[in-house]
Design a protein around this ligand. Structure first.
Ligand code: ATP
Ligand code: MN
Ligand code: MN
Length: 308
């Protein structure tokens, strides 16, 4: 058996053993994407998506009848969860409902089987729930904001992060905006990370009040971009890189290189249909080096005086 395995060609896709019921069920009717099509998509991008979704609590948008049917945003496990999926206990919620995590492709296909159309990981891992290992700055354009302005907002966000010694990566949301994502060494706790991101959002809004807002008040958002820092709280989530969106078009959230940002690539440009080809033809994943770029959150100036 071993010799056979040795001479066999390397498998193109990782092993997938979870069986789908109703593989022909249509999840995105206008785009002709079925349950099996979604499983095939995730199998093809597994290598890229795995580092972002394995070993973290996951909130999930489920729509078992597809995007035309009912959907629900689930933060906890449900009855009859597939055995390939992990149930995890939130250490801060002893006795509460378990949360969901996965550790391999079968777990992800188990999610597809359960009608999961969006995957929203926490910003911390099961190995260290209380210390986030990433920041997501979610840029939400209000009505009438041109795409160019969203790109400028992302660029400015990244510049400010870099000035503070942090790395910055960008992805489309698959919806209307961009997400600027920073890997962290998990040292600071959730309140510190939230305070840091709030400071960043408020500084941007203070410096360019005609362009940015940092509070979710709807009336203030027309013509401006909300710098939504509230993803960075314990138990809050943002959509994963390469996750599909339960919206018409079957778009996915796509990691980009900074120099790819431009009028040609809109927030929902990459889809289940064109993402695998993009990844297969790219020389390297634009987020290669994401984890390696992690540093601890810089210490806030007001706290630095005490004890150091
Ligand atoms: P867009 O670019 O269209 O803004 P987005 O994914 O950034 O796409 P937002 O509305 O800005 O969407 O962010 C909402 C985030 O809040 C989601 O990414 C998700 O992680 C989280 N969330 C919390 N509750 C819900 C819910 N009920 N339904 C959907 N998302 C929810
Ligand atoms: Mn958003
Ligand atoms: Mn938002």
């Amino acid at each position: 058996v071993r010799e056979e395995a040795k001479s066999a060609p390397a498998p193109k896709a990782p092993r997938r053993t979870v069986k789908l019921t109703h593989p022909d069920r249509v999840y995105w009717p206008d785009d002709g994407v079925t349950k099996e099509g979604l499983a095939d998509y995730y199998t093809e991008v597994w290598r890229h998506v795995a580092p972002h979704i394995v070993g973290r609590p996951l909130a999930l948008l489920r729509a078992p009848e597809g995007i035309a049917g009912q959907s629900f945003f689930q933060k906890h496990a449900w009855k009859g969860v597939h055995s390939a999926i992990d149930l995890v206990a939130d250490p801060a919620d002893a006795g509460g409902q378990p949360l969901i995590a996965i550790h391999d492709l079968d777990g992800l296909i188990g999610l597809v089987q359960a009608g999961v159309l969006e995957i929203h990981p926490w910003g911390s891992t099961l190995a260290d729930w209380e210390h986030p290992d990433l920041i997501v700055m979610d840029l939400d354009p209000g009505e009438g904001v041109p795409w160019e302005a969203v790109i400028e907002a992302a660029t400015e966000t990244a510049d400010r992060l870099r000035k503070m010694g942090l790395a910055a990566f960008v992805k489309t949301s698959g919806g209307k905006g961009l997400h600027v994502v920073t890997p962290l060494k998990p040292k600071a706790d959730w309140p510190a990370v939230k305070a840091f991101t709030r400071g960043l959002a408020e500084a941007m809004a203070a410096d360019s009040p005609d362009r940015f807002v940092a509070t979710i008040t709807k009336s203030k958002r027309r013509g401006r971009i909300l710098i939504d820092y509230l993803r960075n709280q314990r138990g809050m989530t943002a959509v994963a890189p390469y996750s599909t969106r339960a919206r018409p078009g079957a778009a996915v959230s796509m990691p980009l290189a900074w120099d790819e940002l431009g009028p040609g690539i809109g927030p929902a440009y990459f889809t289940v249909a064109n993402a695998p080809t993009r990844l297969a033809t790219l020389r390297s994943d634009p987020w290669d080096g994401f984890r390696a770029a992690a540093v601890p959150l810089p210490v806030a100036k007001s706290r630095r005086t005490k004890g150091s």
